[in-house]
Design a protein around this ligand. Structure first.
Ligand code: FES
Length: 112
């Protein structure tokens, strides 16, 4: 008898940080199985973006968080933290975002 291994198609929720580590107006880089991610808190909500600028791949976590946008430290591109949309040149393509859940004092991301 051959047994088939069951593989879930659902992405997993993975704990990446304590919610207290995600401070307002600060960017928190975390490493995940999906690659580097940067966490940001805006209006009390935690958001997660791929930690790689869509312009030339430098880490967004080296930049600044202001008015709900991340500004890349290297050439000044800006991205909406909530949507990943590029809002200022030289970047024109969005960065990936991840679903975030906060429970029991921890931040979970849905990676996949
Ligand atoms: S690498 Fe981010 S703006 Fe150029």
């Amino acid at each position: 008898m051959v047994r088939k291994k069951t593989v879930s198609a659902e992405p997993e929720w993975v704990r990446v940080a304590s919610v207290g580590d995600v401070l307002p107006d600060r960017l928190l880089p975390v490493n995940t199985d999906a690659g580097p991610v940067v966490l940001a808190r805006v209006d009390g909500e935690v958001y997660a973006l791929e930690d790689r600028c869509s312009h030339q791949d430098y880490p967004l976590s080296a930049g600044d968080l202001e008015d709900g946008q991340v500004e890349c430290a290297f050439h000044g591109a800006r991205f909406d933290v909530c949507t990943g949309r590029a809002t200022q040149l030289p970047a024109i393509t969005p960065v990936r975002t991840f679903d975030v859940e906060v429970r029991d004092g921890a931040v979970y991301l849905r990676l996949g």
